[in-house]
Structure formats: structure tokens, C-alpha cells
Design a protein around this ligand. Structure first.
Ligand code: UT7
Length: 330
């Protein structure tokens, strides 16, 4: 078994915008159907931000709820890490707006970009900071405004994405059981163009031409990402079970990244677990990238599925292509 990284989840919180978009929204103007969207993705509806909302505004609300849950004051937080692929701006970091919005001290605040694996990367970065004794209480986020990067004319992608933010407060373990029991992070950069927003970065700055070519929207080689994700999740699961020396039914909950219900089901089959042991929120929220797993972790803690002493397995694959997994004892 891997070396345990001592760590405690002191609180969690999440936020989704009020605006609900059912599949009807797309059926009205695109060549698509309820049957196709449900059968191929598992999505019934998703939440989209209103004009005044963006990644930081959602994260600030999720952060407030996490502080409330942890019964902590904003002044007790020592570091902010915001995992997002859809920041408010290229710079400054979205974490800076969050720090200000939560009325925090001048603590360090930075963004981390690992796409859909972002929250898993942020968790491991925080675990390293806490266990090295560099920072005590760390507020991490997975927060995304994907509605603004989906091309409304591309039926293969625009139906998939939703907006949301989740937050977790991590601190030193308070008993000898808590912490990360096993973890793995990775990236295959040779597949970097599988999911890409072609313009708006410094390789290809925004111009009239890039806007005309719709390059400010996300492009994805869906089928190839799908195959890669299924295979990688199986590998991650097999290695985790071998390393942990646990039977799948000893896990209180498995939280896979919510990119496609068929990918989630293939992970569930690999584990041989009943549906109630594998978190699903894609039906309600669509693919919320870095937010998806922390939304499910927060929901599990709030509805009593996850209790102190439980072990939860969290894993995902996303743009990069990046991937990650952690097994956390609460
Ligand atoms: O979160 C980051 C990681 N992302 C992922 O893991 C996403 C992985 N990929 C997927 O979830 C799936 O590939 C999609 C949901 C994006 C697409 O599903 P698919 O079953 O792989 O469909 P496909 O792209 O192979 O397309 C099959 C057919 C095509 O038509 P033809 O060429 O066979 O005539 C598409 O044009 O389905 C068509 N199609 C649609 N039809 C109706 C694509 N989108 C739609 C649509 N409605 N919305």
C-alpha cells in the first residue's frame, strides 16, 4: 500500500447557477434529439450562468458554503488554489478575485489548469503543501463556466457542458487514519490537441479571423477522447485496487469525472459495484469539468453517503490529456 499522506477535509461547499437548460433548448435550433443526447451522454439538463455570473462569482459562493460547513472564518485560510480551465481572464488568476470576494487576508492565491482533472491535481497539490507543513488550511476549488466555450453551432459539443463551482477546505489530519491512501497523476501531451480552444491564448491570439473561424470555442475529438478515457479509467481503477488492497465494496463511494454516463458505467462495471456506490450528477449538471467531482463529493458529505472514516475513490480524465485519481479516507 502507498504511503498515507495525512490530510483532513474540514468542509466542502458547492454552487450551481439558477438557470436550468433542458435538452429542449438545443433541440429547438439544432439537428439533435432528446433520445440522442440521453442515450449517448446521459445528460437531461445543465446549469448555465446568467449575464452577471462567471467562474469567480460561483466559486465565491461555493467557498462561503465550505467555510460555513467547516465552521471556519475566512481569516483562518492560508492558501487558495482554483482549478479551472475557464478563468475569468487569462490573468489575473481567478483565485485573486475569490480571495477578494471572500474578504480574505493577503494570502497566496493561484490558479491551476489541468482541465477536467483539475480538482484532482489541486487536491494533490494541497496535500503536498499540508503534509510538508508549508500551509495549514487550504481552500481549493474546481470551478468552470463552460457554457461560454461551447460552440452553439456544434451539436457534438455544445450539449455537453454546464457551469458550476465546488470548494473544499483541507487541513492537517486529526487522526491517524485520515488522508490520501493512494494517488496517481499523469498527462499524455502527444494528445494535447484532442480537446483544445484554438485561439485566445498566446499561440494564436484572438483576432477577427479567429472569431470568424469560431476558434474561441472548444474543439474536441470526442470519439478518441471517449476511448482513451474508458481505457485510462480502467487502468487507474485496477492499479488503485491493487495498491489499496481493498475490495471495491469497501469503498463508500466512487466519484468518476462526469463527462459521459457511458464512461461512468464502464468504470462501474470494472469495479463490479451497484449504481448507488458510483456518483452520478451528469444527468442534472452535464459535464462541469474541474467542478464535477467536488460537486459529487460535497453532495455525498451532505446527504450522509460519506461519513468520517469512509474511503472515497475520485478519478478523472480530461484535456491534456490529463488524468488523476486519489483514494481519500475521510
Ligand atoms: O470532460 C473531458 C473529457 N471529455 C470526454 O470524456 C468526452 C468523451 N466523448 C464523448 O462523450 C462522446 O464522444 C460524445 C458524447 C462527445 C459523442 O458521442 P459519440 O457516441 O462518440 O458520437 P460520435 O462523435 O462518434 O458521433 C456519432 C454520430 C455522428 O454522426 P455520423 O457521422 O455517424 O452521421 C455525429 O455527427 O452522432 C452525430 N452526433 C449527433 N447526433 C445528434 C454528434 N452529436 C450529435 C447530437 N445529436 N448532439
Amino acid at each position: 500500500m502507498s504511503q498515507r499522506i495525512p490530510l483532513c477535509v474540514r468542509g466542502t461547499g458547492s454552487f450551481v447557477p439558477a438557470r436550468v437548460l433542458t435538452n429542449d433548448h438545443f433541440i429547438r435550433y439544432l439537428d439533435t434529439s432528446e433520445e440522442w443526447i440521453l442515450a449517448r451522454t446521459g445528460i437531461r439538463e445543465r446549469r448555465w450562468v446568467g449575464a452577471e455570473e462567471c467562474t469567480s462569482t460561483m466559486a465565491i459562493e461555493a467557498g462561503r458554503r465550505a467555510l460555513e460547513d467547516a465552521r471556519m472564518r475566512a481569516s483562518e485560510i492560508d492558501l487558495i488554489i482554483c482549478a479551472t480551465a475557464t478563468p475569468d481572464h487569462m490573468f489575473p488568476p481567478t483565485a485573486a478575485y475569490i480571495q477578494d470576494g471572500l474578504g480574505m487576508r493577503e494570502i497566496p492565491a493561484f490558479d491551476l489548469e489541468a482541465a477536467c482533472s483539475g480538482f484532482i491535481y489541486a487536491m494533490m497539490a494541497a496535500a503536498a503543501f499540508v503534509s510538508a507543513g508549508l500551509y495549514r488550511n487550504i481552500l481549493i476549488f474546481g470551478a468552470e463556466t463552460l457554457s461560454r466555450v461551447g460552440d452553439p453551432q456544434d451539436r457534438g459539443t455544445c450539449i455537453l457542458f454546464g457551469d458550476a463551482a465546488g470548494a473544499a477546505i483541507l487541513g492537517p489530519a486529526i487522526n491517524s487514519e485520515q488522508g490520501i491512501l493512494h494517488w496517481e497523476l499523469g498527462c499524455d501531451g502527444s494528445r494535447a490537441d484532442y480537446i483544445v480552444m484554438p485561439s485566445g491564448g498566446m499561440r494564436r491570439p484572438a483576432s477577427e479571423e479567429t472569431v470568424r473561424q469560431r476558434e474561441h470555442y472548444l474543439r474536441m475529438r470526442g470519439r478518441e477522447v471517449f476511448k482513451f478515457a474508458v481505457g485510462k479509467m480502467e487502468e487507474l481503477i485496477d492499479r488503485a485496487l491493487a495498491e489499496l488492497g481493498m475490495a471495491p465494496d469497501e469503498l463508500a463511494l466512487v466519484i468518476p469525472h462526469q463527462s459521459n454516463l457511458r464512461i461512468i458505467q464502464s468504470a462501474r462495471e470494472r469495479l463490479g459495484l451497484p449504481p448507488e456506490k458510483v456518483a452520478v450528477n451528469i444527468d442534472r449538471y452535464g459535464n462541469t469539468s474541474a467542478a464535477s467531482v467536488i460537486l459529487a463529493l460535497d453532495e455525498g458529505r451532505r446527504n450522509g453517503t460519506l461519513k468520517p472514516g469512509d474511503t472515497v475513490l475520485v478519478l478523472g480524465v480530461g484535456a491534456g490529456l490529463t488524468w488523476g485519481l486519489f483514494a481519500l479516507r475521510l
